[in-house]
Design a protein around this ligand. Structure first.
Ligand SMILES: [Fe+2]
Length: 144
């Protein structure tokens, strides 16, 4: 179901937001200033997407999940730890997380196409482009 898939996506986005800000606080190393600022940019984007996805669920007559316990129960993205961390480890971790988000958006798009929900399908295209661009940039940085 589209709304269930969107709520899974919303849950992952919420856990990911918390994770990115945790990393923004805990990043250590010589590249601190650059990575600290970049992580803020990334979680600001996710914050906007959280609001857009929750409102999209309402637009299509669904009920968005709105509690942390709901999100943690179903999210596939793992939370970060309360510890200092080097940027290469952060980027390795969030590369996997962006790929989870790509899987979520792809699943929503497939369901939306099957049910002829064009607006939902078109919205997922924007997310896929955004996440794939971020994956490309992170892989460039990690030299992968
Ligand atoms: Fe900050």
């Amino acid at each position: 179901m589209i709304t269930e898939d969107l709520n899974l996506f919303l849950s992952n986005l919420n856990v990911f937001y918390r994770k990115l800000q945790n990393y923004h606080w805990n990043v250590k190393g010589e590249d601190f200033f650059i990575v600290h600022a970049k992580l803020e940019e990334l979680y600001d984007d996710i914050n906007e997407q959280i609001d857009e996805i929750a409102e999209h669920i309402l637009i299509i007559d669904g009920q968005p999940l709105g509690t942390m316990s709901d999100y943690l129960e179903i999210a596939q993205i793992q939370e970060a730890q309360n510890e200092k961390i080097f940027s290469n480890k952060i980027f390795e971790n969030i590369l996997k997380d962006y790929n989870i988000l790509i899987e979520n958006a792809t699943k929503v798009k497939e369901d939306a196409d099957n049910e002829k929900k064009c607006a939902t399908s078109a919205l997922m295209d924007e997310y896929l482009l955004d996440f794939k661009k971020k994956v490309w940039m992170i892989r460039q940085m990690l030299m992968k």
